[in-house]
Ligand binder design. Structure first.
Ligand SMILES: [Fe+2]
Length: 306
């Protein structure tokens, strides 16, 4: 075949784009947005001017978005701390939350329980509200873990905060009963339904490596209160269910995104920054996130400093 014939036959071949071309030449309609929602977390509110004003400003920013989110997902640690406080002090923190949200927010809120939302006051162990019950009542959630569908995506909210073996609070973990429930939920879902998992404590996170205090005797030692000790088991479970696309977390007050086995593990900063002592914690500014979920299982996040 001479050069002319070669060129002629080559022109009949379908054009095979390079990977980069494939990405840039895909039509914009290749995926459709299923849902936009706002993630806010680690608000740590208490009845002082700074946290009250700060949470109000965050809510207002969410409401003012031209491309408005459908709802708010709160990643936990709504209030400053219920762990060792008496009833009166805890009630005042929940009241602060409800008054600010009522005055500044018109969107529905879905909640995940954070470690600081749990009432661990020693003197109230016999009180029916002790532990997670009070937080669940305030959040008006049906259970400490649950699942719901929005925009074609399945949201699975986990309870990642557990008592230590000696009964003291707290450590990170998914208890056996909850793990069985999670396996059942994933099994019964249509394999085409994309899944977003929310846990207050991260399942997988880069943020533990931001703290030199996690190096002990020359080795990294990431506590269970930073990354769930069940991570390996969960990673294996998600590998068996590739429709699990994203795992969101709070707790660390830091912003990261780790991609592993096709799952985006995302820690999402904090509205309170450094627990209202400063606007920035480590290198993450106080803020919240806007999430866009697409029908092809992809997810995009925009972090907004407040
Ligand atoms: Fe927190």
């Amino acid at each position: 075949m001479n050069r002319r014939d070669l060129l002629k036959s080559a022109s009949l071949l379908p054009l095979v784009p390079t990977t980069n071309e494939l990405i840039t030449t895909l039509p914009a309609t290749a995926r459709k947005r299923s849902l936009r929602f706002a993630y806010i977390g680690d608000t740590h509110i208490f009845p002082d001017k700074k946290p009250m004003d700060g949470v109000a400003k965050c809510f207002q920013n969410v409401q003012e978005q031209r491309d408005k989110p459908a709802f708010i997902l709160h990643g936990g640690d709504v209030i400053m701390d219920a762990l060792k406080e008496d009833r009166d002090k805890v009630q005042k923190q929940w009241d602060a939350w409800h008054s600010v949200s009522k005055a500044n927010n018109s969107l529905p809120i879905e909640y995940c329980i954070g470690n600081h939302d749990i009432w661990g006051f020693d003197g109230a162990k016999a009180d029916p509200m002790h532990g997670k019950k009070w937080a669940m009542d305030q959040m008006q959630i049906s259970g400490r873990y649950r699942s719901f569908n929005k925009g074609g995506w399945q949201f699975i909210v986990l309870d990642s905060v557990q008592p230590k073996a000696d009964g003291g609070w707290y450590t990170g973990g998914i208890d056996p009963e909850q793990l069985e429930w999670l396996k059942g939920e994933l099994s019964k879902l249509d394999k085409k339904t994309p899944v977003l998992i929310m846990s207050h404590i991260p399942i997988v996170s880069v943020t533990g490596f931001a703290f030199a205090t996690n190096v002990k005797d020359g080795n990294w030692q990431i506590p269970a209160g930073i990354d769930l000790p069940d991570a390996s088991q969960l990673i294996t479970l998600f590998y068996e269910h590739p429709n699990v696309k994203a795992c969101l977390s709070g707790h660390m007050h830091l912003l990261d995104r780790a991609e592993y086995n096709g799952v985006s593990y995302m820690c999402n900063g904090a509205v309170s920054g450094n627990w209202w002592k400063a606007d920035t914690y480590q290198q993450t500014h106080a803020g919240y996130a806007l999430f866009d979920l697409y029908d092809d299982g992809t997810i995009e996040r925009q972090y907004i400093s407040v």
